[in-house]
Ligand binder design. Structure first.
Ligand SMILES: [Zn+2]
Length: 298
């Protein structure tokens, strides 16, 4: 039995998957607020309850918003700041009495979609969460691709490729640079782009809705967005040559992306034909917790 834990800033979710990936149990609780010890205890109690209910011991995979620093073994870049710079993995392993595996939420998303979701069976998969931020993971033959810096797939803070003059230096990013892909492709990025060009303050969902109703200013914003996504993913295709790119996060709900972006990326990809497919997620918000469980896939 595989247990997956998705540790978020507001909720902690646990899932138990049977051998074939069937869901055996799922629970969700509030994350103890800014309480490191409390968060550890909450996860341990979710694991113990699940095992008691199902009468079996399981492997434990944990998806977190940040990533483990390979240098220190401590969490970094987590928006749940009480977790940052703490030896979270070691502490949790001590409390649970077993080795656990951890990955960030984008990695878990990519893994779930590559093993059992929209990219099931594909050899090389790039899974990108595009929502309030941009993160991604890479799965090769159903295993996460990991490297010495633990940053595989972190393309959201690369600069927007093939920038036009009016895209330079680009919007300021929280990472300290300007013009990061995230500042254009995230939901807030689309909203700010629309505000800059039209003076209208609308969130991404509203821009998409109005474009569908034929509002010209919103349509133009959405077309700019599609073209920027095409350039951003063309960069990925040139380096990784994935069979499938799966989108997740709030922006993956924009249905026209799956037709329009692949139509646009051809002019940037260094190949006469591009066979890579761009697809919506199968599990949506559940990919994170399912992918955490699939961290034990050997
Ligand atoms: Zn950035």
């Amino acid at each position: 039995m595989r247990l997956g834990v998705d540790l978020g800033g507001t909720k902690i979710e646990i899932i138990a998957l049977g051998e074939g990936g069937e869901e055996r149990l799922r629970r969700r609780i509030d994350t103890p607020r800014q309480d490191y010890e409390g968060t550890l205890r909450a996860i341990v109690s979710l694991v113990e309850q699940a095992q008691a209910q199902l009468g079996r011991r399981g492997s434990v995979g944990v998806g977190t918003p940040g990533a483990l620093s390979p240098a220190s073994g401590r969490l970094r870049n987590s928006n749940s700041v009480c977790l940052n710079d703490r030896p979270f993995k070691v502490d949790l392993e001590t409390l649970l009495g077993r080795e656990i595996r951890m990955a960030n939420d984008a990695d878990c998303f990519a893994l779930s979609e590559a093993i059992e979701g929209a990219a099931a069976g594909a050899e090389v998969v790039f899974g990108a969460i595009v929502g309030t931020g941009t993160g991604a993971g890479v799965v090769v033959r159903q295993r996460l691709l990991t490297g010495p810096n633990a940053i595989t797939g972190e393309w959201g803070h690369n600069p927007l490729p093939w920038p036009r003059d009016d895209e330079r230096p680009g919007p300021a990013c929280y990472c300290g640079r300007r013009g990061c892909i995230e500042t254009f492709l995230s939901g807030p990025g689309m909203s700010q782009d629309h505000a800059r060009t039209s003076g209208q303050a609308l969130d991404a969902r509203e821009i998409v809705r109005r474009a569908a109703e034929g509002e010209a200013g919103c349509e133009v914003t959405l077309q700019r967005y599609e073209e920027r996504m095409a350039r951003s993913l063309a960069h990925v295709i040139n380096v990784l040559d994935p069979h499938v790119i799966v989108l997740g996060g709030g922006m993956s709900n924009i249905q026209r992306l799956y037709e329009n972006v692949p139509r646009l990326w051809g002019r940037y990809v260094f190949s006469d034909v591009v066979i890579t497919r761009l697809v919506p997620p199968q599990f949506g918000d559940s990919s994170g917790v399912r992918g955490a469980a699939w961290l034990w896939n050997d």
